[in-house]
Design a protein around this ligand. Structure first.
Ligand code: DGY
Length: 323
């Protein structure tokens, strides 16, 4: 009996691949960089399942050209790179890896918050470049975190994990989401606040929303103009929610004090981006879920989705498709 086929756009750990082996014949893209779109289209058109990363464009033309594809299994919680409408039309199941990366992602968001507020990367760079300024009243002064106000945009799993961290710092916590969460308001002591008020009142603003038409470029010049000049913006969600030109303007002009970003639009960040020269910006290259333990759990979930999808079973971690 011939096994169904799977194309993986990136290599996964051997113990994860071993789990797939009895169920499918795998072809693995050997590079660290994603396969070019044309290659991805060619490969996807030949297989029964694809394992994708968030930087693989799985759009309607690609999906339409796949005759045998039964399942798209994404190794990420976000799936804005996948055209769900097209997947639904072609009866292709889509899976993701929710839950397991919540705390890991919130850890990195918190790390960026602390690093940007207290200028940790800037200070480290100075020391490594031979500059150890004598202790002085205003040397490398940043923003207090303890007791400050945190505004969380998007109050799903990761937003709530951020709130739990903020409680340990005795912060006042505001949140904005399209859906109010009265239970979390009680248990976490957070306050639902309309977006504009949240932007005005917060010392720290952290984005944890999904990227969609409503959240695309939700932070631009008008929103930066609402923020305090001492505010620190953190984005570990999706780069496209923040207008990159407006961010550069806000940091350059001192409209906000600092920012910490793990995501950017586009990724990779262009080498000539003016943001790279800004000392009040801490940048990491989309690594919020990148702990060894979490990435292994994500990889196993990805494989479990593929195995179920190939057998025509409901995916254990399905993405709801539009009807
Ligand atoms: C996701 O899984 O969507 C995250 O962006 C990964 O870091």
């Amino acid at each position: 009996m011939t096994l169904p086929t799977v194309f993986l756009t990136r290599a996964l750990p051997s113990e994860v691949l071993a789990k797939l082996q009895p169920y499918a014949q795998a072809e693995i893209w050997p590079e660290e960089t994603p396969p070019p779109y044309e290659t991805l289209c060619q490969k996807a058109a030949q297989v029964d399942a694809i394992i994708t990363m968030l930087c693989d464009r799985i759009d309607a033309p690609l999906i339409q050209s796949c005759k045998n594809l039964k399942v798209i299994s994404q190794m990420a919680v976000g799936y804005d790179n996948i055209d769900l409408q097209a997947a639904a039309q072609h009866h292709i199941a889509v899976g993701n890896t929710p839950g397991v990366l919540t705390e890991t992602t919130a850890d990195l968001a918190w790390g960026l918050l602390m690093a940007a507020a207290r200028r940790i990367v800037e200070a480290d760079n100075e020391v490594r470049n031979g500059i150890w300024r004598p202790w002085g009243p205003d040397v490398l002064t940043g923003q207090d975190i303890y007791g400050a106000t945190l505004g969380i945009i998007g109050f799903g799993r990761i937003g709530q994990a951020m709130a739990r961290r903020a409680r340990g710092f005795d912060m006042r916590i505001l949140y904005y989401d399209i859906q109010r969460n009265p239970t979390a308001e009680q248990t976490l002591g957070v306050l639902f606040t309309p977006l504009e008020d949240l932007l005005k009142q917060s010392d720290f603003i952290s984005i944890h929303a999904y990227l969609n038409q409503q959240t695309y470029r939700m932070i631009g010049r008008p929103q930066f103009e609402c923020m305090k000049p001492t505010a620190v913006l953190i984005n570990t969600a999706r780069g496209a929610m923040v207008d990159p030109d407006a961010l550069a303007w806000a940091l350059q002009e001192g409209r906000i004090a600092a920012a910490g970003i793990d995501v950017f639009d586009p990724e990779p960040m262009p080498a000539n981006s003016p943001l790279l020269a800004m000392r009040n910006l801490v940048i990491t290259p989309h690594i919020a879920s990148a702990s060894k333990q979490t990435r292994l759990r994500m990889a196993f979930m990805t494989i479990e989705n593929v195995i179920a999808g190939l057998q025509g079973l409901p995916l254990p971690y399905p993405v709801p498709l539009p009807t």
